[in-house]
Design a protein around this ligand. Structure first.
Ligand SMILES: [Zn+2]
Length: 438
């Protein structure tokens, strides 16, 4: 067997080192002497998500075993209680430079070239999701929902963001924007405000990158489209006849004046017909006539079903581009399916309560989980070893399970060695038993 080539600076080992280095720059809010450094505390939470520990208890129990020191560089592993206590007062925004350093490494390693879409753009899918809900005591970041009977629900949401590509299963998450109660106000935060904060930060961090933002139909409103334009971001946003009646009326009108273009493409191998109609430069609605959009309506017709979608891209639609724009619009589902659903169902336990805290703990854990997911997705995109083991084992769940077993049972020095062991197998030796020969 020939060992697959691995891109070293993007290997799990190199990225763990980079993440740890980033954590080491975060100032510790505690002034007094501490038993365990904040770096070790952050790294141990990261390792918990990286190893997909089935529960806090399981991770805690085995913290003395395994190779948290050799592989994750953790000098002292805190217990669960200590970890919660230390992380709760730390503001999640300190993790932003760590996400950025991993992103820069991806750029330097040319890993993102595989994700470019329509010339040199990145397709960035945004979507909100809730991951924690409680009826008991809220923390300082909780959103409050008061019910008719006077009871209250407290929950945590985030605006997730990931670079997606129609041909790639891997997604590259950016640091999510927490949807949390903002300081100095009693009002709840919302997805739209979070999106405003997110794009401002995105532009500040990546002033020269070209993005096409793709979102569902809730985002197709004039203020949001204006915000995206103000930050020089392109977009492919969903629209629905029920919610955007004005757009569909405009298209109807354009049809009467012959401005609508029809286009069809046959994929005989797949037995599918792609049917389009599109029109450029129509107002989004009467009250915002100055906000002009282009419109694509699409039908995917196969033998037994018809799928129907529509979008308002800000990029001009032509027969040459309409197929690509449709694929970009449809790739949006990867933020739900390949991102949130993977985090919920593929071993990360996104909705599990790792600790609520009174200030930031719940948000901190969600961000650290996303950071571990980013490192895993980099392996999925770039590491031939990882992909070979995944193919061999057939599922991510089994992959994490086997990885964890080797991590705890064998004296391995790196993730690379762990992957090799998973791919080629390990030499099983019989246990040594002392025999009394007298
Ligand atoms: Zn909370």
């Amino acid at each position: 067997m020939v060992a697959p080539k691995a891109r070293t600076p993007l290997s799990a080992d190199a990225l763990f080192h980079l993440v740890r280095g980033g954590f080491a720059h975060i100032p510790d809010p505690r002034d007094e002497d501490v038993d365990i450094s904040l770096t070790d505390t952050l790294m141990s939470a990261f390792a918990m998500f990286s190893l997909k520990a089935p529960s806090l208890l399981a991770f805690d129990k085995e913290r003395a075993a395994g190779h948290l020191r050799t592989i994750y560089g953790i000098q002292h592993v805190p217990c669960d209680t200590y970890r919660r206590e230390r992380l709760d007062p730390v503001s999640p925004k300190v993790l932003r430079p760590v996400f950025t350093s991993v992103f820069r490494q991806l750029q330097r390693g040319k890993a993102l070239e595989a994700m470019t879409f329509l010339d040199s753009h990145y397709l960035l899918a945004l979507d909100g999701t809730a991951y924690f809900s409680s009826k008991t005591l809220p923390c300082a970041s909780c959103l409050h929902k008061v019910h008719r009977n006077g009871s209250c629900t407290y929950d945590h949401q985030m605006l997730g963001a990931a670079i997606v590509h129609p041909d790639q299963r891997a997604v590259m998450p950016l640091m999510p924007e927490p949807i949390v109660k903002q300081e100095g106000t009693d009002k709840n935060d919302c997805e739209r405000n979070a999106a405003k904060r997110f794009v401002a930060k995105l532009r500040r961090e990546h002033p020269h990158l070209q993005f096409i933002i793709t979102e569902d139909s809730l985002s197709s409103n004039a203020p949001h489209i204006e915000t995206l334009h103000a930050y020089g971001l392109h977009s492919i946003l969903g629209v629905k006849a029920g919610d955007h009646a004005a757009v569909f009326e405009q298209v109807q009108g354009a049809e009467h004046t012959g401005r609508v273009t029809y286009y069809e493409r046959h994929d005989r191998a797949a037995g599918v017909v792609h049917r389009f109609r599109f029109v450029n430069d129509i107002p989004l609605n009467a009250s915002h006539a100055e906000v002009r959009v282009n419109f694509i309506e699409y039908w995917e017709i196969s033998q037994d079903k018809v799928q129907h979608c529509s979008w308002v891209p800000d990029l001009r639609v032509t027969k040459r581009h309409v197929f690509h724009l449709m694929r970009g619009g449809r790739a949006r589902w990867k933020i739900e399916n390949e991102t949130f659903n993977t985090l919920k169902n593929q071993g990360y336990n996104f909705e599990h309560n790792y600790g609520h805290g009174v200030q930031h703990l719940s948000v901190m854990f969600a961000m650290l989980m996303m950071l571990a997911f980013l490192v895993d997705q980099t392996q999925q995109l770039c590491c031939a070893w990882f992909r070979a083991v995944w193919t061999k084992l057939g599922s991510k769940r089994l992959l994490w399970e086997r990885m964890r077993a080797l991590f705890y049972d064998y004296a391995l020095m790196s993730m690379r060695q762990l992957c090799e062991a998973l791919l080629y197998g390990v030499q099983q030796s019989s246990p040594l038993v002392m025999i009394d020969s007298t």
